[in-house]
Design a protein around this ligand. Structure first.
Ligand code: ZN
Length: 242
């Protein structure tokens, strides 16, 4: 199942995407007739840093002994096709990532029980103000600005996916990141165990699993696209502030 949220007739709807159409409450629209929204409205977005060795290396960082965790605020979330608005910074990077969407309230979930709390998966772009990240210890400006968390286009249930997944990021039609999820240093069940040991996870919460090598800067006018096999494509334009 592909779960979507979309805007049509002046309000948001939750429903399903199938075969270029969206459905909600027994009604159907062609997908071009609606505006897709982020498929989730998370209470929090927990992100892993340096969870692919090749990416830690390109930024000259050690791979951490335990997963590095940080937040993006819910206010950073945008949907497919919505513009990433660049903060006034010397460098803002794309980071294509596989995102886990939590399906039920849970805490202290052992890795073996992780599948029971996963609703599905989607694409996420952990857009990062790299300049701020250089001087700011807690990454609030670097990771938390408005529009820095595109999510979508829909949530695909685990049983509809064949792991390992292939993750790619494209900018203006050029492929910039390419990995298999087999390269994740901390795997999905262990991520759930680690995060839920710290905090209660709520339905709709999102965990971003980290970005592979190949990150690079975005400029106004760019189109950035995160593609994951079996899920789809999350495309966002980039613009400067008004
Ligand atoms: Zn990231």
């Amino acid at each position: 199942m592909h779960a979507v949220r979309f805007w049509v007739e002046g309000k948001p709807h939750s429903g399903e995407y199938h075969d270029a159409h969206v459905t909600s409450g027994g009604r159907m629209w062609p997908v071009e007739a609606v505006r897709l929204l982020s498929p989730v409205t998370p209470s929090k977005i927990v992100c892993l840093g340096r969870n692919y060795a090749a990416h830690a290396e390109e930024l000259n960082h050690e791979v951490p002994e335990r997963p590095l965790l940080f937040f993006k605020p819910p206010s950073a979330v945008i949907g497919p096709d919505e513009a990433i608005v660049l903060p006034r910074s010397g460098r803002v990077d794309f980071e294509g990532e596989l995102a886990i969407v939590i399906g039920r309230r849970c805490r202290e979930v052992p890795a073996r029980d992780a599948p029971s709390v996963i609703r599905g998966y989607t694409c996420l772009n952990d857009v990062t103000d790299r300049e701020a990240q250089g001087w700011e210890k807690n990454w609030v400006r670097a990771k938390g600005f408005d529009t820095s968390c595109p999510i979508g286009p829909w949530i695909v249930s685990p049983d509809a996916l064949e792991f390992p997944l292939t993750l790619e990021t494209w900018v203006n039609g050029l492929r910039r990141q390419h990995t298999s999820t087999t390269a994740l240093l901390v795997g999905i069940p262990e991520i759930i165990e680690e995060v839920s040991a710290v905090m209660t996870l709520e339905p709709g919460d999102v965990i971003a699993t980290g970005t592979p090598a190949g990150v690079g800067p975005l400029a106004a006018g760019d189109w950035v696209e995160v593609r994951i096999s079996g899920i789809g494509r999350l495309v966002n334009p980039v613009r400067t502030q008004d």
